[in-house]
Design a protein around this ligand. Structure first.
Ligand SMILES: [Zn+2]
Length: 393
C-alpha cells in the first residue's frame, strides 16, 4: 500500500497540520510533512475526525435499500417485539442485501466500526448471524462489524434461546446480549446468571438492553455491576439504552455513576424518541464510559434512522440540552472514543500509531460538523480511502 499524505487538514479542529499514513496507520501528525513520494490528498483546511463508531444498532432487522414499508407496530416494547417477530418472514428479514446496503450507507457517512445486536431465537436460529457475517464479508476492509448474540424475544421465556446464543458464541460472535431481565423475562437474577455465565465460559463481552425504568431498572444496574465485579469483567460490560439512570433522582444518579465507573461498566445510549437519556456529563465526570449508537434503522420497529453518527450525535446533544461547543463535542466523543472504549478497540484514535480510520468534512470545528452534518469528503479505513464525497469507492 502506498503512503498517503493528508495535507492541510485540521485534526480535531485544531491548527492546520499534515497527517502521514504508512502501512494503514498514522505515522505522524505535524505542521508540515514532506510528501516524499506519498499520494497526496489536499484537504484545504477541512476538519479531520477519527472515523465513527456505531456502538449499538440492529443491522439484521433493516429494510434499507428495499421498498418503503409503513410502520404498523404499537408503541409498547412488547408490541414492537411481537410485530417484528410476526412480520419478519413476510419481508424476508434478515436479508443480506439490506444489511449490505445499510453498511455501505454507514461507510459513506464515516462509520468505521459497528456493534450490531443480532436476533437469536428458536424460530430464526442463527440466520441473522449468518446474514450479517455475509454482508460484513462483502464490506471487508471498509468497515469492521462486531455482533452481539441478542435474545430479542426473551431468554427464559423462549426456551432454546440460550443454547442458540451459546452456539453463536462458539461460532465466533464475541459479545453476549441480554434484554430487560425483569421487564421482559420476569426473572432478573435468572436472566443475568445465564448471560454472565455465557460470558464467563466463552470469554465474551456483555452488552445488555435495559429499557426497564425507575427503581426496577436501577436495581438491575446493581445486579449487572455486582456480576461484572465478581467475574472480573471490568471494561467488558455495557448497559445499552440504560433508561433508568436518566430518570432516577440526582443522588441516585451520582451513586450509580460512581458504581458504574468503579466496576468498569459502560453505557450506550441511542437518544431515541422521548426516552430518558443518561446524564452524559455526570457519567463522564465520574469516570464511566458513554457510547452512542443508531439503534434500529428503517425497520419494522422504526421508520427512522439513516446510519449517520453525526446526526445521532446531534440527537444526543439536543436531548442533553447541549449548546456550547464544548458540550456538543462531548456528544460527538460518544460517537468516536466512547464507542471505541465500549468495543475495546485498542488502536483507535486521531494520534500517531493508531489505525488510520479517519473522516474529513468541510467544517471548522467538531461542533459545526455535528450541527451542519456536511457530506463526508473522505472516509479512510486502515489508511485506504473507502468513500469520497458521500459515495463508496
Ligand atoms: Zn437496540
Amino acid at each position: 500500500m502506498n503512503d498517503l499524505l493528508l495535507r492541510g487538514g485540521r485534526p480535531g479542529g485544531g491548527a492546520p497540520a499534515d497527517v502521514l499514513i504508512k502501512d494503514g496507520c498514522i505515522a505522524s501528525i505535524a505542521p508540515s510533512i514532506d510528501a516524499n513520494g506519498a499520494e497526496v490528498e489536499e484537504l484545504a483546511g477541512r476538519l479531520i475526525l477519527p472515523a465513527f463508531v456505531d456502538a449499538h444498532c440492529h443491522l439484521d432487522k433493516t429494510l434499507w435499500g428495499g421498498p418503503w414499508v409503513p410502520n404498523t407496530s404499537g408503541t409498547e416494547l412488547v408490541q414492537m417485539i411481537e410485530n417484528g417477530r410476526a412480520r419478519r418472514a413476510e419481508f424476508g428479514i434478515p436479508n443480506e442485501d439490506h444489511v449490505t446496503a445499510l453498511l455501505e450507507q454507514m461507510v459513506t457517512r464515516g462509520t468505521s466500526y459497528v456493534r450490531t445486536h443480532t436476533d437469536i431465537d428458536p424460530e430464526i436460529g442463527l440466520t441473522g448471524v449468518e446474514a450479517v457475517l455475509a454482508a460484513a464479508a462483502q464490506l471487508k476492509g471498509k468497515v469492521t462489524v462486531e455482533q452481539v448474540a441478542f435474545p430479542q424475544c426473551g431468554l427464559l421465556i423462549k426456551p432454546g434461546t440460550a443454547e442458540l446464543m451459546e452456539e453463536a458464541l462458539k461460532a465466533g460472535v464475541g459479545t453476549v446480549g441480554g434484554l430487560d431481565p425483569a421487564g421482559v423475562d420476569r426473572d432478573a437474577v435468572g436472566h443475568l446468571d445465564i448471560v454472565f455465565g455465557l460470558a464467563d465460559k466463552h470469554g465474551a463481552r456483555v452488552d445488555i438492553h435495559l429499557h426497564d425504568r425507575g427503581s426496577l431498572g436501577a436495581w438491575e444496574f446493581e445486579l449487572i455491576i455486582e456480576r461484572t465485579k465478581a467475574l472480573g469483567l471490568q471494561g467488558r460490560v455495557v448497559i445499552s439504552h440504560a433508561l433508568a439512570i436518566g430518570e432516577v433522582d440526582g443522588d441516585q444518579q451520582d451513586r450509580l455513576a460512581e458504581a458504574l465507573a468503579e466496576a468498569g461498566v459502560g453505557l450506550t445510549t441511542c437518544a431515541i424518541y422521548s426516552d430518558p437519556v443518561p446524564p452524559v456529563v455526570k457519567l463522564l465526570n465520574a469516570g464511566a464510559n458513554v457510547a452512542l449508537g443508531n439503534d434500529g434503522i428503517r425497520d419494522l420497529w422504526s421508520p427512522y434512522g439513516n446510519g449517520d453518527m453525526l446526526e445521532r450525535a446531534m440527537h444526543l446533544a439536543y436531548r442533553s440540552y447541549f449548546r456550547t461547543a464544548e458540550d456538543i463535542e462531548v456528544a460527538l466523543e460518544a460517537a468516536t472514543y466512547g464507542g471505541a472504549r465500549a468495543l475495546g478497540l485498542v488502536s483507535y484514535g486521531l494520534r500517531e500509531g493508531a489505525s488510520a480510520d479517519l473522516v474529513t468534512v468541510d467544517a471548522r470545528t467538531p461542533a459545526e460538523a455535528v450541527m451542519a452534518r456536511p457530506t463526508r469528503s473522505l472516509v479512510l479505513k486502515s489508511g485506504r480511502v473507502v468513500a469520497r464525497d458521500g459515495a463508496l469507492c
